[in-house]
Ligand binder design. Sequence first.
Ligand code: KIV
Ligand code: ZN
Length: 522
Amino acid sequence: MTSQTDSPRDSADRVLIFDTTMRDGEQSPGATMTLEEKLQIAVLLDEMGVDIIEAGFPIASDGDFEAVTEISKVLQNAVTCGLARASKGDIERAWSALQHARKPRIHTFIGTSPLHREHQLSMSKAQVLDKIRETVTFARSLCDNVQWSPMDATRTEEDYLVETVALAVECGATTINIPDTVGYTAPRESAQLISMLHQKVPGLKNCIVATHCHNDLGMATANALAAVEAGARQIECTINGLGERAGNTALEEVVMAMKVRRDILPYRTDIDTTKIMKASRLVSTVSGFSVQYNKAIVGKNAFAHESGIHQDGMLKNAETFEIMRPEDVGLTESNLVMGKHSGRAAFKDKLAQLGYDIGDNAFQETFVRFKALADSKKEVYDDDIIALIEDTQTSTVHDRMQLVDLSMICGTRGPATATLVMEIDGVEHRHETTGNGPVDATFNAVKALVPHTARLKLYQVHAVTDGTDAQAEVSVRLEEDGKIVSGHAANADTLVASGRAYINALNKLMVRREKTLPRQLK
Ligand code: KIV
Ligand code: ZN
């Protein structure tokens, strides 16, 4: 295994993109992802040109350990990063998960602010310094690429922050990350903090300085870019800004801001921006967090022009109202595709055009489902195909529970009756039950076959395209003992999509039950 430090300075204007969708993003209640889903995201991020992928927090659960291990095996270019608290046990566990990585990085952190020292750690300033010395030195004895973070840095006393950063650098940290853990800072202050550290810690010139912003006051993107202007050369971010509370800095926003405003933000990333929409859709599907319609860059309306004046301007010259081209972020018009007579070759071609290269098995399954959809729906659009692919990727053969068959009697005359057949651990089970409407009956049938105490927190239906024959995309969120999971499915039949989304959430609940470590991170 080669262990190498990614070069911070292939040129002064290069900003490294550190994606933490699968670590900080997954900490968002309900965003639990399965291993297969994480692998899909990791491969896409790697292809996109993300420099460092924080794949998980190996001590948190066997699932996180496995995710870091398996992701590290598939990454071709990106550094694989594993998170560890300031303890030798955590660091050893992270290092052992990184054994197959071409480029491993250990990321270790400790709270430095008075609130964190006193209330979370019950440690004095001197004790925290001792821990930093012990753990950064230990991490560096294992791996030559070590990132250290003073958690809640933006609420830490300035002099003390300088002392901790200088110590971490002296002990061998190669990246120093400055987190705004609670989304408290503002752009000018974010920049001042980075400049101040550069001035007062001379050793920082040999390190990469990173910025890690949370979005509680809606300033994460602005704060991250201000930090870059002050000398930070790594931005920590997530796709769609996923993350707990108000989320993290959105990858697509900082990357596109630096691309579109190169005149005033003269920095460069290696991101292939045409893969942004695909990454956004994938993360939204697997996390069950829909993207708000007016979200910058990736929202459904980000490039839509409704008003007469805008439409008129756009027809004359797109630049009148558009500062970037939809195709720069991988957005193509949702074209009418093909019908039930389209063959495999044409379908394969379409997938390639849409940027999907799925394996043979997934191709066969998606093709069969496309044919069934084309039979039931006159017009099949690109968005339908994307929903099909993502749905096929969401439910995998490794899921313990699958929906096999669902039929329904419902209408004006009384309670709806659902008859459901499910495969559970390879064995088929059937149940018939009633409910207050067809969705309720379907969910009751699932619950009878898979008894559980999880509570339904969200049931949401979206139409993929226009028209009454549109596919329904359903999201379901469940909570059990404070653990939240989301399930997702798409189908031309809203009830089938609902049942499958519910079962998808239950499959994730099995994964989530493994995560035993109290998650106190932000
Ligand atoms: O927000 C935060 O402080 C974190 C650290 C673990 C870097 O996510
Ligand atoms: Zn964070």
